[in-house]
Ligand binder design. Structure first.
Ligand code: ADP
Ligand code: MG
Length: 384
């Protein structure tokens, strides 16, 4: 990442002829708790060493000029006449708009963006771009970076400007991550607890390389199904605000109120919330096997009830689950392709990686990228 920081600063110097600051915000892997964030529930992600860097320097006017190295493209934007572009720059310009709407007056800025988070793979390159952009814009404007407030602003940008109705998880952990730990986030109160990842444990991420079209639309449809479930359960359960307020027992007792599909969507959420808390307990107790059981059950629930997996990630998760040295494995991220995450004994990482790569090639005829990940810190400035 140090090398990448020098590269992005150098690119900035060539394009804009001055010395930038470099802001960093990481991608993330979610250990457990999928689609629970927008249901006011629990999640347990870790920030990754993969991150997005934004080199930045202020301008005397109110223009924002940005070059993305990975896209090979420049875009410009006027803070006094904001317009949507319909492409990648909406993530960044949306953040600028929402920062201003929150009362933070920005100065113009020149920016160069660089990343090593795989794009569109469920490791949240979008949140890494939003949070690193927010950090860069605030730094260029001489304003403080308040992690939780910024996470909410970035989520609003993705919801209202990009049109993806994501929850708060990705932006929260990108802003607030802690090296060596996952975060147990209560998405209702926005409080979090560190859940240390023991040194003899590894988080092995396998990228299926599959990304289904319409994933964004399917994501929003799942969110609507959860909202419909709350609406239909209200007459029986009283003033519930979200599926967070529904226990598995209460859902079972009232399942007749729900069409079967809505019932299954709700069942994923209410059982997933319980699994997140169980995984936290197990990790803290050093009971990695129990954490693995919760992860495997989470995958089955996403596959059968929430229907957000696909054959390729099912294959990777099931192969990992059957491999010695793996405690548990599941799809991670919003779904419809992307990555799996496996909780692996450190000494078995090399062997497990090879089994996943070879098995995926034989079973699915595709190449998987496998990453041995360590939880990293959330957003900050990189010293040059
Ligand atoms: P994920 O968040 O899982 O990586 P998303 O579809 O939510 O997938 O976000 C990916 C999109 O974010 C990309 O298609 C692109 O528009 C934008 N993006 C992320 N990082 C960058 C970057 N460094 N430069 C330009 N666009 C980026
Ligand atoms: Mg995303």
């Amino acid at each position: 990442m140090r090398v990448l920081a020098r590269d992005v600063a150098q690119e900035f110097g060539c394009r804009f002829g001055r010395q930038p600051t470099v802001s960093r915000a990481p991608g993330r892997v979610n250990l457990i708790g999928e689609h629970t964030d927008y249901n006011d529930g629990f999640v347990m992600p870790a920030a990754l060493e993969f991150a997005t860097l934004v080199a930045a320097a202020p301008r005397p006017d109110r223009r924002i000029q940005v070059y993305s190295i990975i896209m090979g493209e420049s875009r410009a934007f006027d803070l006094d006449a904001p317009a949507e572009t319909g492409d990648w720059s909406d993530y960044l310009f949306g953040v600028a708009v929402m920062l201003e709407r929150s009362g933070r007056r920005l100065s113009g800025a020149d920016l160069v963006v660089s990343t090593d988070v795989p794009l569109g793979s469920g490791l949240s390159s979008s949140a890494a771009l939003e949070v690193s952009s927010a950090h860069a814009l605030l730094t260029a404007s001489g304003l403080p970076f308040e992690p939780i407030a910024v996470a909410k602003i970035c989520q609003k940008a993705e919801n209202d400007y990009v049109g993806m109705r994501c929850g708060i998880m990705d932006q929260y952990v990108s802003a607030c991550g802690v090296a060596g730990a996952a975060l147990l986030i209560d998405c209702r109160t926005l409080e979090s607890r560190n859940v240390p990842i023991a040194s003899n444990l590894r988080l092995l991420v396998a990228n299926s390389g599959v990304r289904h079209q319409h994933a964004g639309g399917e994501y929003n449809a799942r969110r609507e199904a959860c909202e419909e479930g709350v609406r239909l359960l209200k007459p029986a359960l009283g003033p519930i605000k979200a599926l967070r307020d529904v226990t598995p027992q209460a859902l079972e007792a009232n399942r007749k109120l729900l069409p079967h599909l809505i019932y299954r969507r709700c069942r994923h959420i209410v059982t997933e919330n319980a699994r997140v808390l169980e995984a936290e307990r197990a990790l803290i107790a050093g009971d990695f096997a129990a954490c693995g059981v919760a992860m495997n059950a989470s995958h089955a629930s996403m596959r059968d009830d929430f229907e957000i997996t696909c054959p390729e990630v099912d294959f990777l998760a099931e192969l990992a689950q059957a491999t010695p040295g793996v405690f548990g494995s599941r799809m991670t991220g919003g779904g419809f392709g992307g990555c799996t995450v496996s909780l692996v004994e450190a000494s078995a990482v090399k062997q497990v990686s090879q089994i996943l790569i070879d098995g995926y090639r034989v079973g699915c005829g595709r190449d998987a990228e496998v990453f041995d990940c360590s939880p990293s810190d959330g957003a900050g400035l990189i010293p040059l």
